[in-house]
Design a protein around this ligand. Structure first.
Ligand code: E4P
Length: 219
């Protein structure tokens, strides 16, 4: 499973990139607003800074809700950076925009996916990747990872090439389960990425190795 950092925070992206385990970045209007980024020019500058750090797809979301507006924004975003994935919501207007932008050869991250049928429509419209929102489904008592698995199964059965990106990941276990169930990509908030590498037995083991080494070396 490829990991895409789910943040618009430049420092987090810089630190994540240093680890060499991040293949892309996902942003959305809420993540941008959290960093004080607003307006098209501000979003563009931030996304260009991210693209200078990460050599992979950067997902950038439209804020229009009508197809014409989304198409215009999508075409604009596609010019910002070398590897943009335009995020379009799974709405009636969104599907119109996805098919138009896909016909232009623009890569689409279909966002706010909460059902297999939305993922099937996206595949037919030309989405590059669909993003089922795991955490938000779990929040309302549904099975987020179950949805990821169902989409993976249907896509395999139908030989669909659209990728599945587990989004709205809330903890390391979500990430592990998304990988086990066959997601191509998992988004990871920075905090979850840090949790993924930690294990108390690693820390205890390292401390013991160093103590033993010091003793043997007369330290
Ligand atoms: C990524 O594509 C999504 O925008 C993001 O994972 C949403 O996560 P949240 O549900 O924690 O806001």
């Amino acid at each position: 499973v490829k990991l895409f950092l789910d943040t618009a925070n430049i420092e987090e992206i810089r630190r994540g990139a240093e680890l060499g385990v991040i293949s892309g970045v996902t942003t959305n209007p809420s993540l941008a607003a959290k960093e004080g980024i607003g307006g098209s020019a501000g979003y563009r500058a931030a996304v260009q800074e991210i693209a200078d750090i990460i050599d992979g797809p950067i997902s950038v979301e439209v804020v229009s809700t009508d197809a014409d507006g989304m198409i215009a924004e999508g075409r604009d975003i596609a010019e910002w950076i070398p590897n943009p994935w335009v995020k379009i919501p799974s709405t009636e207007e969104g599907f119109k925009a996805i098919s138009a932008l896909a016909r232009d050869g623009i890569k689409i991250n279909q966002t706010l996916v909460f059902s297999v049928n939305q993922a099937l429509l996206g595949a037919n419209a030309g989405s590059t990747v669909v993003s089922p929102f795991v955490g938000r489904l779990d929040d309302i008592g549904h099975d987020g990872i179950g949805l990821v698995g169902n989409i993976v199964d249907v896509y395999r059965e139908q030989a669909i090439e659209t990728m599945v990106m587990a989004a709205s990941i809330r903890g390391p276990r979500h990430c592990q389960l998304a990988a086990e169930i066959g997601a191509d990509i998992s988004t990871v908030p920075y905090g979850v990425l840090m949790q993924m590498m930690k294990h108390p037995l690693t820390d205890a083991g390292l401390s013991q190795f160093l103590q033993d080494w010091q003793k043997a070396s007369g330290g």
